[in-house]
Design a protein around this ligand. Structure first.
Ligand SMILES: C[S@@+](CC[C@H](N)C(=O)[O-])C[C@H]1O[C@@H](n2cnc3c(N)ncnc32)[C@H](O)[C@@H]1O
Length: 209
């Protein structure tokens, strides 16, 4: 379901968000910090890379050994066409079979854990722990489960398309910090950005090692 929905919206999503990072200093600052912590001593993965807009930004910051993975073949096609440089692969981030234990210097999941059903997120984080080498940073970005908002959205229209069926989960930063600890990570940096524009909730960025 995630795959077919993102295949449908891939081009529209890529168009709509093409300039988003350029207008968002907080996102760029978090990514810059992550890039500095990741260093250039090994492969860095963008897990759930979508059309590659974040991967290409990290690539431009010097992370040129960059592997970017997404479930949606249409997203990967957009990424290859729009943002050459990173290595793009179709794959599921909950089973990173092609990556050895400790095979990554660092990894990030930028709004890509949000569609995973809550009960499956612990296993997802355990898989991230398997592939990131000890001491390597993991960056997660997601929408905050702020008071007064539903902790779950069912999306039927997005990025210029109707007829979608996509679930998206808001998460409490403390809850994810706890799940990361259970998976073997320690959160070192927590950043919470207030809503901007039409955003109904705050945005959370966690960097763990
Ligand atoms: C909201 S988009 C974010 C894309 C990109 N990180 C960005 O910020 O532009 C979520 C992406 O995560 C991908 N995704 C969600 N669950 C996934 C999974 N289990 N394995 C691989 N990709 C996944 C979707 O296909 C989609 O491209």
């Amino acid at each position: 379901m995630i795959r077919t929905n993102y295949d449908t919206v891939a081009a529209g999503y890529a168009d709509l968000l093409a300039d988003h990072l350029a207008g968002n200093a907080a996102d760029r600052a978090v990514l810059g910090l992550f890039a500095e912590l990741a260093g250039t001593g090994g492969t860095v993965a963008d897990l759930g890379c979508g059309p590659g807009r974040i991967a290409t930004y990290l690539y431009g910051l010097g992370l040129t050994d960059l592997l970017a993975v997404d479930l949606s073949p249409a997203m990967i096609a957009e990424a290859r066409r729009r943002y050459p440089g990173p290595r793009y692969e179709v794959g599921s981030i909950d089973r990173l079979d092609g990556i050895a234990d400790g095979g990554l210097a660092a990894a990030m999941a930028w709004y890509s854990i949000i569609h995973t059903p809550r009960e499956l997120v612990p296993a997802l984080l355990t898989e991230f722990r398997r592939v990131v080498r000890p001491g390597g940073p993991l960056l997660l970005a997601f929408q905050s489960a702020d008071p007064g908002l539903p902790d779950h959205r069912h999306i039927e229209s997005a990025y210029g398309h109707d007829g979608l069926a996509l679930d998206a989960y808001r998460w409490d930063a403390g809850v994810v910090t706890g799940l990361l600890a259970d998976a073997g990570f320690t959160v070192r940096i927590t950043t919470v950005r207030e809503p901007e524009g039409l955003e109904p909730q705050r945005q959370v960025y966690l960097i763990a090692v």
